[in-house]
Design a protein around this ligand. Structure first.
Ligand code: ATP
Length: 260
């Protein structure tokens, strides 16, 4: 069980962006959504989050996705002026907020902030944070909801390497403890190699591959989908590292040769 996408299509304006996307992403893991710019990753995440109409079927554990079970962090999040860091995280549990916030909830918010190394900022105004710090707070807000399906669109793009590590450590702990599924759209293929158990690669709105990273991301798929030549290095830890070498002249917007 997990997230099942069957023949999903979606439009933006008049343009058909997603075309017959079918894939299964098992629960209890981090799944990476990869592919070149403009290939439909955000469109797919919005369709899954029920914020964009779609064709075909999207089911989570066999049922249509319910908004209440989803934590969704769009690519461009606005911060609310006038709220502090702690108030912003607590908004993740807005349905439990009254005039008073239970002490346990505040404790949990502070713990999540601490696990990201930013608890010391909890009284600061959101607008007085850097872009990366705001991203961490908004991630903390989604995590405190404890969603069964967490959809993150480029949610670590503004983070330094240490904070990226802290966030992925926290996400791994979360999926292991809860059995939730985290789907993260991500451009950094080395981060995806390290942290995603499954990757779904999109190309021109089609599925270019879905499965373990090493099976989906190959010299051939990087050439065909991204139009680059690359080397694969194996670190002493056994981890894969991709070293981009040069563009190979293929157009990124080209239709893929094979789908599915
Ligand atoms: N609101 C919109 N109206 C019309 N077209 C849109 C809209 N939003 C996105 N598009 C188009 O839909 C296509 C897919 O966009 P999408 O944001 O899903 O791609 P993406 O893979 O997430 O890209 P990136 O990696 O650059 O964030 C692009 O060609 C984009 O120009």
């Amino acid at each position: 069980m997990g997230l099942q996408l069957s023949h999903v299509s979606a439009r933006r304006g008049r343009a058909e962006i997603l075309k017959d996307v079918s894939a299964t992403l098992p629960a209890g893991q981090i799944a990476g959504l990869i592919g070149p710019n403009g290939t439909g990753k955000s469109t797919l995440i919005n369709a899954i989050a029920t914020t964009l109409p779609h064709g075909g079927s999207i089911r989570f554990h066999g049922q249509p996705v319910r908004l209440g079970e989803v934590g969704f962090m769009p690519q461009h999040c606005q911060v609310r002026a006038g709220l502090s860091v702690l108030e912003t995280v607590l908004l993740g549990r807005y349905e439990r907020l009254g005039l008073r916030v239970a002490g346990g909830l505040i404790e949990r918010a502070l713990q999540v902030l601490d696990s990201f190394g930013i608890a010391h900022l909890h009284e600061r105004a959101m607008t007085a944070l850097s872009g990366g710090q705001q991203q961490l707070v908004l991630l903390a807000q989604r995590l405190i909801r404890q969603p069964r399906l967490l959809l993150l669109d480029e949610a670590t793009s503004a983070l330094d390497i240490r904070h990226q590590m802290q966030v992925f450590d926290r996400l791994h702990e979360y999926v292991q403890a809860s059995g939730a599924l985290v789907v993260i759209a991500i451009h950094d293929l080395n981060l995806a190699a390290q942290h995603a158990q499954t990757v779904l690669m999109l190309h021109g709105g089609h599925v270019a591959g879905c499965g373990p990273f090493d099976e989906v991301v190959t010299c051939e798929s990087l050439r065909r989908v991204y139009g680059i030549e690359a080397e694969f290095a194996r670190a002493p830890s056994g981890r894969t590292a991709i070293v981009p070498l040069r563009g190979c002249g293929e157009q990124q917007g080209r239709r893929p040769q094979g789908h599915g």
